[in-house]
Design a binder for this molecule. Structure first.
Ligand SMILES: Nc1ncnc2c1ncn2[C@@H]1O[C@H](COP(=O)(O)OP(=O)(O)OP(=O)(O)O)[C@@H](O)[C@H]1O
Ligand SMILES: [Mg+2]
Length: 208
């Protein structure tokens, strides 16, 4: 197990492209900014509070369960937390849920020291993106459950984004949902479809 260093209480460094690449954040999300979230959206305040107190959430292993329809900003919100984590001296990783089992089977490399499966298990904050009920076969399901369980046991923060409704997820991931339910604050995303309604300037900004 790696030594855990507390996160700083505020940003201590700026980020560049190498941070984004190391965290496996897709280029479309590099420019994601909290300031671009309209003030009337319900997820803005709980997300802002989570980011402000990130050092405490990191210490407790608290995460987020971000759920809602297509294009409501869930992945972007998760990326904001990853960026803040790195800016405060921590490590971060984004992994699409559907790629987890192939990363395990193919022993995908993370860097010279670790493979992806190890990195998913020990990174300070993990964004498990687009968790669905239906797309994982049984092997994928057990890998995801084991990942959630291991991170729970180590008190590491996990962020989950999903389009599925909670009942579906609970039915599918019964064992690990208890861990997620205990450690993840649920935040509903609604009231906007960024892809249709706006946010056209969003992807173009540089990493902040
Ligand atoms: N805070 C933000 N800052 C900048 N751009 C944003 C932000 N939130 C959303 N967007 C823009 O809106 C688009 C859709 O957001 P996002 O991908 O986060 O939605 P989602 O809820 O994860 O969608 P899906 O359910 O399809 O996975 C993004 O590609 C991004 O360009
Ligand atoms: Mg998404």
């Amino acid at each position: 197990m790696k030594l855990r260093i507390p996160l700083a209480t505020e940003r201590i460094r700026s980020l560049d492209a190498s941070d984004m690449l190391r965290a496996r954040i897709g280029r479309a999300y590099w420019g994601t900014s909290f300031d671009l979230i309209p003030e009337n959206l319900a997820h803005r305040n709980p997300l802002g509070a989570f980011i402000r107190n990130l050092h405490e959430h990191h210490a407790n292993g608290d995460g987020l369960l971000m759920f809602g329809d297509y294009g409501t900003g869930k992945t972007s919100a998760g990326v904001l937390v990853l960026k803040e984590t790195m800016a405060r001296g921590g490590t971060a990783l984004m992994i699409p849920a559907e790629r987890i089992s192939s990363a395990v089977i193919e022993k995908t490399t993370f860097d010279g020291e670790e493979d992806m499966w190890e990195r998913m298990q020990d990174v300070d904050v993990l964004l498990l993106d687009d968790l669905r009920r239906e797309h994982v076969k049984d092997f994928g399901k057990s890998v995801i459950e084991s990942l959630i369980r291991r991170r729970y046991d180590q008190r590491l923060s996990t962020l989950v984004s999903t389009n599925a409704d909670m009942d579906e997820l609970v039915r599918r991931y019964e064992a690990s949902m208890a861990a997620l339910g205990e450690k993840c604050q649920p935040i509903p995303f609604e009231g906007i479809n960024w892809r249709d309604d706006g946010g056209s300037s969003a992807g173009s900004a540089v990493c902040r």
